[in-house]
Design a protein around this ligand. Structure first.
Ligand SMILES: Cc1cc2nc3c(=O)[nH]c(=O)nc-3n(C[C@H](O)[C@H](O)[C@H](O)COP(=O)(O)OP(=O)(O)OC[C@H]3O[C@@H](n4cnc5c(N)ncnc54)[C@H](O)[C@@H]3O)c2cc1C
Length: 305
C-alpha cells in the first residue's frame, strides 16, 4: 500500500497532498511538498512516527515555518506539522507544577501564546520569546533567543516521540548552544511537549518588558515584509547585520529577494521572490563579507529541498 494511503488510515490525521510550502512558511516561498500531515492528537502523532519508522521515512518536522527556506521545486517529502490547522484542535498549555513555576505546552503552541499564558500566571522569564514568531517546538530545536534570553535558560525538559517511542530529555541532554540543539542531528525524533520553568514575577513588569521588546522589534525589523528572521548566525567576530551594512549591501537585491533596507541582517521577499533568488543573494552576501572583512557568515535559515 502506498505510504499516503497508510497515513490516511490513522485516526485524527489531516493530510494535504502537493501543498505549496509558500503557504506554510513566513518567507512565503516554496514549491509543493508531497504531503503535509497534521496529527491532531498525541496518539495520532505516536502512530504516525511508528509508521515513518517502519517505512524508513525521514519526515520534515514543521512548526510555523519561520526559520525555513523551501525549494521552488516539488519537495518529495512528508512534512509533519505540529501547528493547529483550523480543524478545531488547539495547542494546549497548562501549569504542570504551580509551586515550581513549570508550564507544559504542546510543541505546536506558539511562543506568543505560551508567553501570554506565563503573563496570565504572573510568571517571568519568557518575555524574550513573546515576539519570536515560532512554535515552542521549533524554538527548542533552534535554541531560539533574543534580548539576552534563549530557550536554554527556561527549558526544564522536553518530551519526544521517535521511531522507537516516547522519551523525556532534561535540559542538559538537549545539548543547547547558540542556535543549536541535539535535535539538529535527530531527524527521526519530534519534540512533542515542552516544559519551561519560570519564576514568580509581577504582572505589570512582565507586560511592560514584553511591550518594550515588541516596540524594539517594530522599530528595528522589517516586520511588514515576508522573511525568515535573521538570515545568518552571529559570527565569532562582530554582528552579521553590521558587517553586511558595512559591506554596502543594505537594499541589495537579486530578483525579488532583498537585503532589508531596515535591518541588513534580514533578507526579505519583496513579492514573488524564489528560493533561488534568496540562495543567490545569500551566496553574494557571504562572498562580499568574506572578501571585505575575511569573515565567513553561516546561514541561520534552514534550507529545505
Ligand atoms: C520576523 C522574524 C523574527 C524572528 N526573530 C527571531 C529571534 O529574535 N530569535 C530567534 O532565535 N529566531 C527568530 N526568528 C526565527 C524563528 O522564528 C525561530 O527560529 C523559531 O524558533 C522557529 O520556530 P518555527 O516553529 O517556525 O520552526 P520551523 O521554521 O517550522 O522549523 C525550524 C526547525 O525546527 C524543526 N522543528 C520544528 N518543530 C519541531 C518539533 N516539534 N520537533 C523537532 N523539530 C522541529 C524543523 O524541522 C526545522 O529544522 C525570527 C523569524 C522571523 C520571521
Amino acid at each position: 500500500m502506498e505510504i499516503i494511503e497508510k497515513i490516511r488510515k490513522i485516526k485524527d490525521i489531516t493530510i494535504l497532498e502537493n501543498e505549496p510550502m509558500a503557504l506554510h512558511t513566513t518567507f512565503k516561498i516554496g514549491g509543493p511538498i508531497r504531503a503535509l500531515v497534521y496529527p491532531i492528537s498525541f496518539d495520532a502523532l505516536n502512530e504516525l512516527m511508528k509508521l515513518m519508522g517502519k517505512n524508513d521515512i525521514k519526515p520534515l518536522f514543521l512548526g510555523n515555518g519561520s526559520n525555513m527556506l523551501c525549494s521552488d521545486d516539488p519537495i518529495d517529502r512528508i512534512a509533519i506539522c505540529t501547528r493547529p490547522n483550523g480543524s478545531g484542535y488547539a495547542p494546549y498549555m497548562e501549569l504542570d507544577d504551580e509551586e515550581a513555576g513549570i508550564i507544559v505546552a504542546s510543541a505546536g503552541a506558539s511562543l506568543a501564546q505560551v508567553a501570554m499564558f506565563a503573563l496570565s500566571e504572573s510568571l517571568t522569564g519568557m518575555e524574550f520569546a513573546a515576539g519570536i514568531p515560532g512554535t515552542i517546538g521549533g524554538a527548542v530545536r533552534m535554541n531560539a533567543g533574543a534580548y539576552g534570553g534563549e530557550m536554554k535558560d527556561i527549558v526544564e525538559f522536553v518530551e519526544t516521540i521517535s521511531y522507537y517511542g516516547e522519551e523525556r530529555l532534561d535540559n542538559d541532554e538537549c545539548e543547547f548552544s547558540y542556535r543549536h540543539s541535539l535535535f539538529d542531528t535527530l531527524d527521526t525524533t519530534i519534540i512533542s511537549k515542552v516544559y519551561v520553568k519560570l519564576q514568580p514575577g509581577n504582572r505589570e513588569e512582565i507586560q511592560a518588558k514584553m511591550r518594550q521588546y515588541a516596540n524594539r522589534r517594530k522599530a528595528k525589523q522589517p516586520l511588514d515584509l515576508p522573511s525568515a528572521g535573521s538570515t545568518f548566525k552571529r559570527p565569532k567576530d562582530g554582528y552579521a547585520a553590521e558587517l553586511i551594512d558595512n559591506a554596502g549591501l543594505k537594499g541589495y537585491s537579486i530578483g525579488a529577494a532583498q537585503v532589508s533596507e531596515k535591518h541588513a541582517g534580514f533578507i526579505v521577499n519583496r513579492g514573488g521572490a524564489t528560493c533561488s533568488d534568496v540562495l543567490r543573494l545569500i551566496e553574494y552576501v557571504q562572498s562580499e563579507v568574506l572578501r571585505q572583512f575575511g569573515i565567513e557568515l553561516e546561514p541561520e535559515v534552514l534550507i529545505v529541498k
